[in-house]
Unconditional design. Structure first.
Ligand code: SMG
Ligand code: MG
Length: 369
C-alpha cells in the first residue's frame, strides 16, 4: 500500500437540538474529516475534537494544525507499510490523540478496503448488531427532560444517560426513576464537574440503582476517583481520564474505576481502543463505547468496535437522527433498540457525495508522493 496524499476537510453539521453538558452547549459541530488516498483505495477518519478545548485539551483547529504541520509530514518522511505503523511513527509527538486517531483510522480504512476486509472483523467483533443508548443533555427544566427521555424510550433506546452537574443531579435522576421506573437502564455523566468535597452529594445517587457514574472528578484525579469509589455504591466509570491502555491498567489497579468508557478518538485510535478493551477484559472490567456526536463516518467505526465481546453495556452509539437531520452517510437507524454493525469493507460506509459537498466549509490536499 502506497499513500499518495491526505485530504483535510471541514464540515459544519447543525445538531437537531442543542446539547448541553457541564462544560458547555453545542449547537452544531465543526468536524474535521481525514481522507487517506493510497494507490489501491481511499479511507476515511473523523476527528472527534470539538470546536473548543472544553471536553479535553484538544480542539478542531489545533487538530488540523498538528496534522498538517507534524503528523502528515511524519508519514510522508516514513511512509507506513500498514495502519499498525502509523501509531509508532507519530509517537514522538506528544498528545493530540484525536488528531492521530483520525489519521490512523483513515489509513486503516483504506488498507482494509484494499484488502476487502471489514473493520468489525479486523477488530474481533462477535455481534452483528449492538444495543443503543442515548446521552441526554442538561435541560432548563425537569419537565423538558422527562419529555425528551420519554421520546427516546418510545423510540426504543435501551439505556438512558443523563448529563449532570452540581444543581442538576439528584433531582433529575429521581424524576426519571419516578416517572419511568426502576427497570430503565440509567446512568449519569458529570464530565469532571465535581470534587471530592461532593462525596455526600454523589452518594445521594446510590438509592437510584444507577449503572454507573461517569467521570465525576477531574481528568487527572485518578486517586480522587479511587477514594470516591470506596465511599459510594454506584460503580465509577472513567471517560476523560482514560487516554491509553496504560492509563486504563493504572486506573483499574488503583481502584479508580469499575467500568470504562472507550472512545477511540480520546485514546489515539481503534487499535489502542482494542488494547483497552483487552486490558479491561483481562481484569474483568466491562467497557462500553462512548460517543462524540459523530457523523455516520465515526459512528460506523464505533459500532464495529462496540461489537467486541467485552462491550457488555449499551454505548453512546445512537441513531443518526438523534444528532443530525441529514447525516453524511446513509443514516444509522434503530432496529429494536439496536444499530446494525456495518459489514462492508473497511468502516463499511462512505459519505454521500452531494451531502458531503453541501456541508463542506473548507478543503485541503496534502500530497505525500
Ligand atoms: O455521541 O451521543 C454522543 C454524545 C455522548 O455524552 C456524550 N459524549 O463525555 O461522554 C461524554 C460526551 C462528550 C461529548 S459532549 C459534547
Ligand atoms: Mg463522558
Amino acid at each position: 500500500m502506497k499513500l499518495t496524499g491526505i485530504e483535510l476537510r471541514r464540515v459544519r453539521m447543525p445538531l437537531v437540538a442543542p446539547f448541553r453538558t457541564s462544560f458547555g452547549v453545542e449547537h452544531d459541530r465543526d468536524i474535521l474529516l481525514v481522507r487517506a488516498v493510497t494507490d489501491e483505495a481511499e479511507g476515511w477518519g473523523e476527528c472527534v475534537a470539538m470546536a473548543d478545548p472544553l471536553y479535553s485539551s484538544e480542539y478542531v483547529e489545533a487538530a488540523a494544525d498538528v496534522l498538517r504541520r507534524y503528523l502528515i509530514p511524519a508519514l510522508a518522511a516514513r511512509p507506513p507499510a500498514d495502519a499498525t505503523a502509523v501509531g509508532p511513527t507519530l509517537h514522538r509527538f506528544k498528545g493530540h490523540r484525536m488528531a492521530k486517531a483520525a489519521l490512523e483510522t483513515a489509513v486503516l480504512d483504506a488498507e482494509l478496503r484494499a484488502g476487502r476486509r471489514s473493520l468489525a472483523r479486523e477488530l474481533g467483533a462477535v455481534r452483528d448488531r449492538v444495543p443503543a443508548g442515548v446521552s441526554v443533555g442538561i435541560m432548563d427544566s425537569v419537565d423538558e427532560l422527562l419529555s425528551d427521555v420519554e421520546g427516546y424510550l418510545d423510540e426504543g433506546y435501551l439505556r438512558i444517560k443523563l448529563k449532570i452537574q452540581p444543581g442538576w443531579d439528584v433531582e433529575p435522576v429521581r424524576a426519571v426513576r419516578e416517572r419511568f421506573g426502576d427497570d430503565v437502564l440509567l446512568q449519569v455523566d458529570a464530565n469532571t464537574a465535581y470534587t471530592l468535597g461532593d462525596v455526600a452529594l454523589l452518594a445521594a445517587l446510590d438509592p437510584f440503582g444507577l449503572l454507573l457514574i461517569e467521570q465525576p472528578l477531574d481528568e487527572e484525579d485518578v486517586l480522587g476517583h479511587a477514594a470516591l469509589a470506596r465511599q459510594v455504591r454506584t460503580p465509577i466509570c472513567l471517560d476523560e481520564s482514560i487516554v491509553s491502555a496504560r492509563a486504563a491498567a493504572d486506573a483499574i489497579r488503583l481502584g479508580a474505576c469499575q467500568i470504562v468508557n472507550v472512545k477511540p478518538g480520546r485514546v489515539g485510535g481503534y487499535l489502542e481502543a482494542k488494547r483497552i478493551h483487552d486490558v479491561c477484559a483481562a481484569h474483568g472490567v466491562p467497557v462500553w463505547c462512548g460517543g462524540m456526536l459523530e457523523t455516520g463516518i465515526g459512528r460506523a467505526a464505533n459500532v464495529a468496535l462496540a461489537a467486541l465481546p467485552n462491550f457488555t453495556l449499551p454505548g453512546d452509539t445512537s441513531a443518526s437522527g438523534r444528532y443530525y437531520r441529514t447525516d453524511l452517510t446513509e443514516p444509522f437507524v434503530l432496529d429494536d433498540g439496536h444499530l446494525a454493525v456495518p459489514d462492508g469493507f473497511g468502516i463499511g460506509v462512505a459519505p454521500v457525495p452531494e451531502i458531503l459537498a453541501e456541508m463542506t466549509t473548507s478543503l485541503e490536499w496534502l500530497p505525500l508522493a
